[in-house]
Write a protein that binds this ligand. Structure first.
Ligand code: AMP
Ligand code: MG
Length: 436
């Protein structure tokens, strides 16, 4: 159900693309895999109109041009007194005559907007329209109210125009406020409302179908037999996909049988923009899945030089994008955040997708690591009491230990060339908190 027309610069087939880049599918660097995937993504094009109240997380499909100046009038940034800067003394004090008030929403002089003359002041409150003739606001803390007026000493304001907000200083009429591809977060919703915009045109939501593979898996609510485990990956995937604003199609558990898998892949691809599976891509299992997917689409199997999350399949089944994630619960989350999340953001139509933000923190306890692969260790980042942050691992880093993800608030990203890391070293971290 992909409504996108591939961009002219997108290579015709994934295999063509991969061959052009001289890559090794058995030891693919994380960045190479990311950029290969990126080159193959074509964002959705269908759009819909939505009320701004339901637009959170959606992506603009049209530029928004400001229909007005924001703010609409010069107004006061402070509670105080609107005055003419020219009336203020160089030394000593001056007493100005109070001729009225300007409240937010209730300007001085009402609709007529009477002007302020020499030696006059208007009591003004934050957001109050600047009276004509006044150019500066004296903060109330720097002025002394007296009978019939206000006394202001030299030095109460630094320069003309102080404490005055100018019409259009936030947004100017006719200005492009947001461009196509802008994601709508709470600040954008507020800005749209400040412009009086009620509805926006956004790209349609992505539809993502997912299922788990494995004869050992049972869905919650079913009794467990010997050697069976509950399928947890569908629930982490459901959570991660829902946060990204996708429409999800949960297709349940599919047994490791060619006929059942073929049916599931075909149904998923016919009903979604993206198909995500977990399990069945590791050595041994992958062989028949590979043969199957070769028939159904164009899928490449990679061994990513990363830990956890080594096996990854990526490609297309029909018009749908396909991600075959490893089965281990931690690997599912790591590969989702390192590859799938970015891809979905691009497919949603967002511009300037930059990957999960990475920043530096100080390592609180040593980490053992062999060079060769990028490791995404689960970490706990905490304030160090001196204005910075230290990070430690959650302990055992086995890729089946999902509690390590739950205890973690970040990934510690250790690049391929890096070996053991000492306490006190600077390491790169990616915050999980707040991540969509
Ligand atoms: P696989 O990649 O299919 O070889 O699976 C690797 C490991 O992850 C095995 O221990 C599986 O039992 C486990 N696993 C696979 N799928 C799931 C799932 N949906 N939920 C929980 N564990 C899983
Ligand atoms: Mg399996």
């Amino acid at each position: 159900m992909n409504d996108a027309t591939p961009a002219a610069n997108v290579p015709k087939t994934l295999r063509e693309l991969s061959c052009a880049d001289d890559y090794d599918p058995d030891s693919m660097p994380v960045d190479t895999a990311r950029s290969l995937i990126r080159q193959y993504l074509s964002p959705v094009t269908a759009t819909e109109r939505v009320h701004i109240r339901t637009a959170l997380g959606r992506v603009l499909a049209e530029d928004v041009v400001s229909p007005l100046d924001v703010p609409g009038h010069d107004n006061s940034a402070m509670d105080g007194w609107a005055v003419r800067f020219a009336d203020l003394p160089r030394e000593g004090t001056v007493t100005l005559r109070r001729i009225g008030d300007s409240f937010a929403g209730k300007p001085f002089g009402g609709a007529l907007g009477a002007a302020l003359g020499p030696g006059e002041a208007v009591r003004i409150f934050t957001g109050g329209v600047m009276p004509a003739g006044a150019d500066t606001v004296v903060m109330q803390e720097r002025a002394t109210e007296v009978e019939g007026g206000v006394q202001v000493a030299a030095g109460a304001v630094g320069k003309p125009g102080q404490n005055r907000r100018f019409a259009g200083e936030d947004l100017k009429r006719g200005e492009v406020v947001f461009a196509v591809g802008q994601a709508l977060n709470p600040a954008e919703l507020g800005m749209l409302a400040s412009l009086g915009v009620i509805e926006v045109t956004v790209y349609r939501r992505l539809r993502v179908a997912f299922f788990s593979t494995g004869d050992e898996l049972r869905s919650i609510g079913q009794p467990l037999g010997a050697g069976e485990i509950y399928d947890s990956n569908r629930y982490t995937l459901h959570g991660m996909l829902t946060r990204l604003g996708s429409d999800v199609v949960d297709m349940g558990v599919v047994r490791d049988e060619p006929a059942a898998l073929e049916r599931a892949f075909a149904t998923a691809a016919a009903n979604a923009d993206v198909v995500i599976t977990s399990g069945g891509v590791s050595v041994g299992e992958a062989d028949f899945v590979k043969q199957l997917l070769d028939r159904l689409g164009e899928v490449l199997f990679w061994k990513i030089a990363m830990k956890p999350g080594r096996p990854l399949a990526y490609g297309r089944i029909g018009a749908a994008h396909f991600f075959g994630l490893p089965g281990n619960p931690v690997s599912v989350m790591v590969t989702f955040y390192q590859f799938v999340r970015d891809a979905l953001l691009v497919l949603q139509g967002r511009r300037n997708v930059t990957g999960v933000p990475t920043f530096s923190a100080t390592l609180g306890a040593p980490i053992r690591k062999a060079p060769g692969r990028t490791e995404f260790q689960r970490g706990v980042l905490a304030p160090d009491g001196a204005g910075g942050y230290t990070v430690r691992t959650t302990g055992d880093q086995g890729s089946g230990i999902l509690s390590s993800m739950s205890r973690a608030n970040c990934f510690i990203v250790l690049p391929p060339e890096c070996g053991n890391v000492e306490a006190g070293a600077s390491v790169q971290v990616q915050l999980l908190e707040g991540l969509i």
